[in-house]
Design a binder for this molecule. Structure first.
Ligand code: NDP
Ligand code: 8X3
Length: 250
């Protein structure tokens, strides 16, 4: 039977590429994000390939998140695959001069937002005793780097939550795993540096991962046989060896 996937952060980068990848394989889509115009454009493009429903909400808003997922029409209500992808870094500052607003944004979106969405979807999975949850972590969830402090903490939390989910949902036969990319060329740095020109330099001098590379890995993960669960996967571009070691040619 055709599966339905709910993808958060589907308006750009990894989430958008995953929507395209899943659509190619006929997976029905519930696409989420705050930028409605983008959601409409992506829906229009993908409707040639699969059924698409869009949900326009901010994952920081607990009530709005639960209400949006509750509002799904009957044809899209059964979520087989949840991709918790919405997230970002805000700022790259040493802890002593970091902005509290940036810290709030990262914890509220990357950690609490992921929990709110999961809270709305998990009950139907436990009831059916099936489902697959993929949380998009980061190499920053495995290794803290200079000035990464709170972003790294938020992604370490994503990994801890992923492990917790896998343990608690194991009796229900629900698969849970994390995909942890290193540098991926998306709107990530534009957001982190608040549109500053420094964002343009982040992916220069080497070939960073592309959103499509990660999307293909996510599709591979969700298309394994029932007895196989990819629990934790770290992926770098070839030029990257660790969070702080990237071979650049400038
Ligand atoms: P993008 O900035 O391109 O995409 C981020 C997505 O998250 C957008 O679709 C955005 O949608 C959504 N989003 C952000 N804030 C909210 C919010 N408050 N409510 C709802 N949706 C929100 O970045 P990436 O594709 O790179 O990032 C996707 C995930 O991958 C993130 O969790 C990021 O931490 C992780 N990651 C990224 C890496 C990279 O180097 N790029 C490496 C490792 C992990 P909208 O603005 O429309 O709401
Ligand atoms: C995004 C990758 O290295 O900028 O999670 O933290 S990094």
């Amino acid at each position: 039977m055709t599966k339905t996937a709910l993808i958060t952060g589907a308006t750009s980068g990894i989430g958008e590429a995953t929507a395209y990848e899943f659509a190619k394989h006929g997976i029905r889509l519930v696409l989420c994000g705050r930028r409605l115009e983008r959601l409409n454009t992506i829906k229009k493009a993908l409707e040639r390939l699969t059924h698409v429903h869009i949900l326009n909400f901010d994952v920081r808003d607990r009530t709005e998140t639960l209400k949006a997922i509750e509002s799904l029409p009957k044809e899209f209500k059964t979520i087989d695959i949840l991709i918790n992808n919405a997230g970002n870094a805000h700022g790259l500052d040493p802890i002593q001069s970091g902005s509290i607003d940036d810290w709030d944004a990262m914890m509220d979106i990357n950690v609490k937002g992921l929990l709110y969405v999961s809270k709305a979807v998990i009950p139907q999975m436990t009831e059916r005793q099936s489902g697959h949850i993929i949380n998009i972590g980061s190499s920053a969830g495995k290794e803290v780097y200079p000035k990464g402090n709170v972003y790294c903490a938020s992604k370490h939390a994503v990994l801890a939550i992923t492990e917790g989910m896998r343990i608690d949902l194991n009796p229900f036969g629900i698969k849970v795993g994390a995909i942890n990319p290193g540098l991926v060329e998306t709107e990530f740095s534009l957001v982190r540096f608040k549109g500053d020109a420094v964002a343009d330099t982040v992916y220069k001098g080497y070939k960073a991962l592309q959103a499509e590379d990660v999307a293909e890995i996510i599709y591979f993960t969700i298309s394994r046989p029932p007895h196989v669960n990819i629990a934790d996967l770290l992926v770098f571009c070839t030029a990257q060896a660790s969070s702080t070691l990237v071979k650049k040619e400038l």
